[in-house]
Design a protein around this ligand. Structure first.
Ligand code: GAP
Length: 429
């Protein structure tokens, strides 16, 4: 983990938030490379789960919703973690995350064993809407993105004429006042989620639950995740979220232990029933004797985007002798290629390299580097996961070709400049 955190800071993937003011605990900013990686994951997800499917549409909802949403959804009452305070050092912890010794919880700060009674701590962040700060203007930053997909259900239905089974997808920031954030971007108080609510007939929920579990596994393979690092944990009765009848946590073997990466939940018709007094869906093509309105049931696969970034980095990080390589799937790499003139003091080489750089940049993210020697430039690109490096040398001026070097095999081949676009398209798209 330390190596990943240090690489992220050194190369501009992820910085500590508000650093020049001493930081803010567990807040992180994505830098120039990090934002590319994160957006690539987000866009690949949207392509796979929304654009490539006929049964999925997207929305982009407001972060602050009418507070009645959170009352109806049960979040005001149930979205809590058990909080205890150490009586010796007065630090506060999540009771269910404390380590125990001889059956007694141990304070991670002072080693004490004496804690206050556990109380429910609500994770929703409160704020005020408009210029008055009182109870009637209290609103909440959204604690999950799911609720808008339920609240907007009828609007989506009316404007898309989708029929069951179909899904509504969304992505964006959520806020949770976590008691014990930590482990870099694993647990923070604001984070990005991507997920969808998939609406089905009640008697078909089992089939769709299995189907989406399979799709999550395929998605993880696309991210380059080794199946050996995954664990599928069936959450037992009594431990599931208040809305779920079945949940599988998709867990990952992080350096700090096996913990949740994604979730798959059967939310039944809980949320639609809470938000709509009248059943919101009528089958347009009912079987004989049908035709009644009803409440669809919901399967919800949820994908933490920041945890996706973390896992992609952990899987991609390799050390080979002197070099550090991020073996990112090319689709996810911040730069698809880097262009170098062999020598920085030869204007004719720099001019041609610049031209290739400018041309490729219309279709790909491309880096340009003319510092130091070629070996150092290769290593520098390996460390940030650039799959290909293009070098312009004296032969290029004569023969209109360049050397293309592969990050993983370190093999080099000559490619005509006119064929570079096709070559890269095949390899990185
Ligand atoms: N709509 C369902 C839902 O929000 P969740 O299990 O509470 O479910 C979804 O959260 C995902 O969000 C998790 O599987 C995880 O990937 C991510 N996540 C949860 N809490 C997080 C936190 N504090 N920091 C970063 N990611 C978090």
């Amino acid at each position: 983990m330390e190596k990943i955190v240090s690489l992220c800071k050194r190369r501009g993937f992820i910085f500590p938030g508000s650093e020049i003011y001493g930081g803010l605990a567990n807040s992180w900013d994505y830098g120039p490379l990090g934002v590319e990686l994160k957006n690539n994951i987000r866009q690949l997800w949207w392509k796979k789960f929304v654009h490539e499917r006929d049964d999925m549409v997207g929305i982009d909802a407001a972060l602050i919703m009418n507070p009645k949403v959170w009352e109806a959804s049960g979040h005001l009452a149930e979205f809590t973690d058990p909080l205890v305070e150490c009586k010796k050092c007065h630090n506060r912890f999540r009771e269910d995350q404390l380590e125990t010794k001889k059956g007694k919880a141990v304070c991670p700060s002072c080693g004490g064993n004496d804690f206050s009674d556990s109380k429910k701590f609500n994770l929703l962040f409160k704020t005020f809407l408009g210029p008055t700060e009182n109870i009637s203007s209290t609103v909440y930053l959204r604690g999950e993105i799911a609720q808008a997909m339920f609240v907007d259900f009828k609007n989506v239905l009316g404007t898309t004429r989708k029929t069951l089974p179909f899904g509504i997808a969304s992505q964006g920031k959520v806020f949770r006042n976590e008691i014990t954030p930590g482990n870099f971007i694993f647990r923070t108080r604001e984070f990005d989620l991507i997920e969808f609510e998939y609406f089905v007939k009640e008697d078909e929920w089992g089939k769709w639950f299995d189907y989406w579990l399979g799709e999550i596994k395929l998605w993880l393979l696309m991210l380059g995740v080794n199946e050996k690092h995954l664990n599928f944990h069936e959450i037992p009765d009594g431990e599931r979220a208040h809305y779920a009848k079945r949940t599988i946590d998709i867990e990952y073997e992080y350096p700090f232990g096996i913990k949740e990466l994604y979730g798959l939940a059967y939310r039944t018709d809980f949320d639609l029933k809470r938000h709509f007094k009248e059943a919101p869906y009528k089958d347009p093509d009912p079987p004989a004797g049908g035709g009644e309105s009803f409440y669809p049931h919901v399967i919800e696969p949820t994908f933490g985007l920041d945890r996706s970034v973390l896992v992609v980095l952990l899987e991609a990080y390799h050390e080979e002798k002197e070099r550090v390589i991020l073996k990112l799937p090319p689709k996810l790499a911040p730069y698809k290629t880097a262009v170098f003139p062999l020598l920085a003091n030869k204007p004719e080489l720099v001019k041609l390299a610049r031209k290739i750089y400018d041309d490729l940049r219309k279709d790909f993210t491309v880096a340009f580097d003319d510092r130091g020697n070629i070996g150092k430039r290769y290593y520098s690109q390996d460390e940030i996961g650039t799959p290909f490096c293009v070098t312009v040398d004296f032969d290029s001026l004569e023969k209109n070709d360049v050397t293309v070097r592969d990050r993983d095999t370190m093999k080099q081949e000559r490619i005509k400049i006119s064929e570079l676009f096709d070559f890269l398209s095949k390899k990185v798209r």
